[in-house]
Design a protein around this ligand. Sequence first.
Ligand SMILES: [Ca+2]
Ligand SMILES: [Ca+2]
Ligand SMILES: [Ca+2]
Length: 395
Amino acid sequence: MKRQLAVLATLSGLLLASAPAVATPVASSPSGAPVAPAHAPGRPPLPALPDELNGGAWPTSHLQGVALDREKGYMYWSFTQMLVKTDLRGKVVGTVEGLTGHLGDLDLNPRDGRVYGSLEYKAEEAFYIAIFDGSRINRVGMDAERDGVMTTVYLPEVVEDFTADMDGDGHFDGDTPDTADHRYGCSGIDGVAFGPAFGKRAGQGKDTLKVAYGIYSNTERTDNDHQVILEYDVTSWRRYERPLSQTAPHHSGPSRVDGKFFAYTGNTRYGVQNLEYDPYTGDWFLAVYEGAKPGFPNYSFFVIDGSARPVTGEIVGQPERERGKLLKVADGFDFHGQYGLVALGDGTYYVADSVRVVGPDGVARQEGFAEKYRWTGRPSGAERTTPPFSPVVDG
Ligand SMILES: [Ca+2]
Ligand SMILES: [Ca+2]
Ligand SMILES: [Ca+2]
């Protein structure tokens, strides 16, 4: 219901897209970090970002995430079985197809200009980060396995938690939420984002890749109330990268994580759908499908305090007492962003949605689009559940 309302609001925003947008000048960010400049001295100005951007309609599952290459002027759209590259007017530049698993959330790695996404093969018990070389994506219908545009890095840590026989009956129950198996309720991975180490600001040290678990919805167990976020330094990942053969999934990847973190949000349906670091507030955004467990607020959007250092403490609810690095959940409210979320660095954001459309050919497709929002400040008191974002083009 909430999602339908959000889609309606988005659609009315589209109808009004010709209305002039009023740009609010931003002097400083709440985090105190410098606001991302529109263009740096001596460099060509970055292309202007439209208030609304369309990713096209495709015969796939719904949109899972978006990644913006602002310097080169491209948007990348994950449509579960397909990656789509458009320019900033929504013109399709190319597609990468033939994925038989689940391509989830995306992010651009500013250090190498490539697009990183979560890629799951649950039946094969194989979880990867897929790395797309966007500069090579130049036509519609490129093949993920054969056309040299995608490499993959295997994540053994995820496999271990996903396949954990938690009730010790000697049997792993597989891809189902109705089981005691899967450590922390891990259903795989979805949200991905680059950003500073937790507790650090943008520019303080090296950015790392954060990978969030999917978490099955299950209200019967107590060990699935955390979001789990893995951290990887990807600067030496070239040695692991392999093209993917989906019929013979490889196991080349880092045996260790560089960090593993827990955020106590309460159980959600499939964990963090979209993860994003916001340089403007200095916080991390988690867009989720709201949970159903009694005793939790079951918000659809959580904010992690990016300036708070992780604290070692008990990961509550585990079958055996366990300690881990806990993140500070600073806020929660109802918002969208589960289909795509990009922080633009100046207190504006692209929030994406996906709708089912049926064309004149009778074929059902998923249409993806992103709409610009502005940070309005974190609400307090009784208004706490009001999302701190408002559409730039008023719907
Ligand atoms: Ca079992
Ligand atoms: Ca997703
Ligand atoms: Ca992301």
